[in-house]
Write a protein that binds this ligand. Structure first.
Ligand code: PHE
Length: 344
C-alpha cells in the first residue's frame, strides 16, 4: 500500500474530525486518536523494517512529514478555539457606555458663600485685596482701637459675647481694618475687603441671628473722599441688585467713622415708588459706612494729616434676603436641603 496515499486519507479524516470539534476536550480526543501513541501514523514506523532498504528513507520522510502536518492542524484548531472563546467572552462582558449613569447627587456652594464670592470677585476686579481676621478677638481690636472705649454708650449697639474681660467673639468685621492698618505700618495705602463670621447676643428670630456674616471694606490713601465711597457703594449695589438701582446716603452714627452714613438702595419690588416691602419709603437699608474717623487712623498708625479713608460694612444675610426674597434668616443655618438646593 502506498504510504503517501494512506497518510493523505488519514489527513482528510483528521480534517473532517476537526471540523466537528467544539471545545478543547473534544480537541484532545481527536488529537490522541490521530497522533497519540496508538494512532495509526504513530505505529506506521514499525513497518519500516519490512521494507527494502532503498524505500526506507522515502517512507520515513513521508511518515514524519505527515506527523508534522497533523500536529500543525491540531494546533491551528486549538488557536481558533481560543480566539473564538475570547470573542465570546468579550461579547458577553461588553459594557454599554451609552447607558445613563446613576444619578449621584452632588453638593453645591452654599448661598452665603456664593454671595461672598460674588462680592470678592467684584472688588478684586477693582484692585482690592482680601483680608481675614480671628473670630475670637481682643476687646482692644474689636472696640478700643475703633474709638469705642470701655464705657462708651455705643457699645450697647453690639451686645457682646465675652470670653474673658479682654477677649470676646468679634461683633463685627471692623477689627480687621485695624489689624490690616497696623500690619501695613502706617505707610502704604490700604484697599481691602474682609469677609467673615461675627457674633452678637441677640435672640434668634426671623431677622436676628446670634451668628451672621459681614463683609467689611476699607480704603486708606492720601486723597480719599466721600464721593469715592459713594461711587464704590453704587457699583456694589448695582452689581448685587441690578443696574437700574440708585442709592441714597442718610446721616448716621458710628464711633469709627466721621461722618457716618446709612446706605439705602431703591426697592426692587416697587422700583422706588413705595410698597409694603420698603414700608412705602421706596428705599431699603443695606449697609453702614463712612469716612474713617481720625482717631481710628491715628490709633492704627496712620497720620490723619496725610491719609484719609472710607469704610463700609454690610450683612451678607441681609443682602441675600433682599436679593432672593428670603423671609427668615434662620434658613441660612438650618441646612434644610429644600432651601439649599434652590441656589444650586
Ligand atoms: N461695623 C459696623 C456694624 O457692624 C458697620 C460699619 C462698618 C459701619 C464700617 C461703618 C463703617 O454695624
Amino acid at each position: 500500500m502506498d504510504v503517501k496515499k494512506r497518510i493523505e486519507a488519514l489527513e482528510q479524516e483528521l480534517r473532517e474530525a476537526l471540523e466537528k470539534v467544539n471545545n478543547q476536550t473534544e480537541l484532545q480526543d481527536v488529537k490522541s486518536q490521530f497522533i497519540g501513541k496508538k494512532a495509526e501514523i504513530s505505529t506506521m514506523m514499525k513497518h519500516m523494517k519490512d521494507l527494502p532498504n532503498e524505500e526506507k528513507p522515502a517512507f520515513g520522510q513521508a511518515v514524519n512529514k505527515g506527523k508534522q502536518k497533523f500536529h500543525a492542524l491540531v494546533e491551528e484548531k486549538r488557536e481558533a478555539l481560543k480566539a473564538e472563546a475570547l470573542k465570546e467572552k468579550l461579547e458577553k462582558e461588553k459594557i454599554d457606555v451609552t447607558l445613563d449613569a446613576p444619578d449621584f447627587s452632588t453638593g453645591s456652594t452654599h448661598i452665603m458663600n456664593q454671595i461672598v464670592e460674588e462680592i470678592e470677585d467684584l472688588f478684586i476686579g477693582m484692585g482690592y485685596a482680601i483680608k481675614e481676621g480671628p473670630e475670637i478677638e481682643t476687646d482692644e481690636m474689636n472696640f478700643e482701637k475703633l474709638n469705642l472705649p470701655k464705657d462708651h454708650p455705643a457699645r450697647d449697639m453690639q451686645d457682646t459675647f465675652y470670653i474673658t474681660e479682654d477677649t470676646l467673639l468679634r461683633t463685627h468685621t471692623s477689627p480687621v481694618q485695624v489689624r490690616t492698618m497696623l500690619e501695613y505700618g502706617g505707610k502704604k495705602p490700604v484697599k481691602i475687603i474682609c469677609p467673615g463670621k461675627v457674633y452678637r447676643r441677640d435672640d434668634d428670630d426671623a431677622t436676628h441671628s446670634h451668628q451672621f456674616m459681614q463683609i467689611e471694606g476699607l480704603v486708606v490713601d492720601e486723597k480719599t473722599t466721600m464721593s469715592d465711597l459713594k461711587g464704590t457703594l453704587l457699583t456694589l449695589s448695582r452689581a448685587m441688585f441690578g443696574e437700574d438701582r440708585e442709592i441714597r446716603l442718610r446721616p448716621s452714627y458710628f464711633p469709627f467713622t466721621e461722618p457716618s452714613v446709612e446706605v439705602d438702595v431703591t426697592c426692587a419690588a416697587c422700583k422706588g415708588k413705595g410698597c409694603n416691602i420698603c414700608k412705602q419709603t421706596g428705599y431699603i437699608e443695606i449697609l453702614g459706612a463712612g469716612m474713617v474717623n481720625n482717631k481710628v487712623l491715628a490709633s492704627a498708625g496712620y497720620d490723619p494729616e496725610v491719609y484719609q479713608g472710607f469704610a463700609f460694612g454690610l450683612g451678607i444675610e441681609r443682602i441675600a434676603m433682599l436679593k432672593y426674597g428670603i423671609e427668615d434668616i434662620r434658613h441660612f443655618y438650618t441646612n434644610d436641603l429644600r432651601f439649599n438646593k434652590q441656589f444650586k
